[in-house]
Design a protein around this ligand. Structure first.
Ligand code: MLT
Length: 432
């Protein structure tokens, strides 16, 4: 048994007891209440999900198993400066910071499982080039799910308490292979269709980067950071929640993650990073490569007068600058020089919150990670905007996979909330 499996099993024993005790002693304690307004506004921030991997504070941003992004950057094992996504996966799964040796073991396992079956390659090659890369990724993942460990074990009548084990095997397999599927799509759609084989001596992010076609150490570091930053955002975001919901019906890891990707494909979720970069490139067309703050301000105000939103600003939960944005900006400031798109990002960061605050009635005038992630990838020559959501999707595999394992480990049941009609709401309204 690998050290990951052992560490996870130990933690599962403890956390199952914690949950049983909580249910027994405090099962009737109210957690939250929901107003009519919250119900018809997407249940924003209503606390209704049990998610162990991360928690989002509206003002401080994401904590991965309690650790902030800067803490992860200091504590998680790295090859150079940025944490290895393998360390992040370990942290999300087990709740503890791994040692270098533990990460190396997991790295080796993922790299050894990174090749994808010929059938999946042929399927991807047969897809129309104009099909969005995320749709292709979702299809590729479904095809990968043939003979899932979970389905096989379930059909053999495995005990419920053991469900997490085949779910973990599927999850590891999924995490190992998703970068290869994504890179194959990228090479098919935008390049010559030739993809290098994943190498057993490389880490997850470097393998992915090389399969995409990059050989630059700074690009690998950027990818390590990018893949760590987008991995998880507590349980209620559309992709994680969709995967959790589908998995709650005991659908396997591939079907559940694929459902998450289909949610990520929406412009209000993962597609936003593509839209943000498009907006920044349009801005550059108008204000030039070395604009003043005032010129950017004029452009932003005109956009708002035209009834457009400023992509990358605001967030359903966050009420401060997204720490993922800050981590990316910090990376860019350290490593990248003279990039006009990133200059535009920085000027926007200075002027947009001020303008949005002037308008009033805006809950969060600050940037989220999408306001910068595309600009950094663009700088490195990853200039196919439609592919950006697929990079996000590869990263989100880590959080979704870890959650699927925990959902089965804690024996979480099928998710089935109730619903009301307008008439019911009117009755409730009248009685209040
Ligand atoms: C995410 O990373 O999932 C996005 O910031 C959206 C969200 O948290 O709802």
């Amino acid at each position: 048994v690998s050290s990951l499996r052992k560490a996870l099993e130990d933690k599962i024993v403890i956390d199952r007891e914690r949950l049983t005790k909580l249910k027994k002693e405090h099962g009737a304690v109210p957690i939250d209440k929901i107003t009519l307004d919250q119900m018809v506004r997407g249940m924003k921030s209503v606390k209704a999900l049990l998610t162990e991997t991360s928690r989002l504070d509206p003002f401080k941003g994401i904590r991965f198993r309690g650790l902030s992004i800067p803490e992860c950057q200091v504590q998680l094992p790295a090859k150079y400066r940025e944490p290895l996504p393998e360390s992040m996966f370990w942290l999300l799964l087990t709740g503890s910071v791994p040692t270098q040796e533990q990460v190396e073991e997991l790295r080796g396992e993922l790299a050894s499982k990174a090749k994808i079956p010929e059938k999946v390659k042929s399927l991807l090659a047969s897809l129309p080039k104009n099909m969005h890369p995320l749709t292709q990724l979702s299809l590729g993942v479904l095809a990968l799910g043939e003979n899932s460990y979970f389905d096989t074990a379930y059909n053999k009548g495995m005990k419920k308490s053991e469900y997490w084990k085949p779910m973990l095997e599927d999850s590891i397999n999924l995490v190992a292979k998703v970068p290869t599927i994504a890179a194959t799509i990228y090479r098919n759609v935008y390049k010559d269709g030739k993809v290098s084989e994943p190498r057993e001596d490389l880490d997850w992010a470097e393998n992915y980067s090389r399969m995409l076609g990059w050989e630059d150490t700074n690009f690998f570091e950027m990818m390590r950071l990018n893949l760590c930053l987008h991995c998880d955002h507590e349980g209620g975001n559309v992709s994680t929640h969709a995967a959790h919901l589908v998995g709650s019906a005991l659908s396997d890891a591939y079907k559940s993650y694929s459902a998450g990707l289909n949610g990520l494909a929406g412009p209000l979720h993962g597609l936003a990073n593509q839209e943000c970069l498009k907006w920044l490139l349009d801005l550059r067309q108008i204000v030039g490569d070395d604009p003043t703050d005032a010129a950017v301000e004029v452009y932003v105000r005109q956009n708002l007068r035209d009834g457009k939103i400023i992509p990358g600003y605001g967030h359903p939960v966050l009420r401060q600058t997204d720490p993922r944005f800050i981590a990316m900006l910090d990376f860019a400031n350290k490593v990248i020089e003279d990039c006009p798109t990133l200059k535009a990002v920085e000027i926007c960061y200075k002027v947009v919150p001020k303008i949005l605050k002037d308008i009033g009635d805006i809950k969060n005038p600050y940037p989220n990670v999408n306001a910068i992630s595309g600009a950094v990838m663009y700088y490195y020559g990853l200039s196919e905007l439609e592919f950006y959501t697929a990079v996000f999707g590869v990263s989100r595999t880590l959080g979704i996979a870890a959650n699927m394992v925990w959902d089965r480990a804690l024996g979480l049941p099928i998710e089935r909330p109730g619903s009301l009609t307008l008439e019911n709401l009117e009755e409730i309204g009248q009685k209040s």
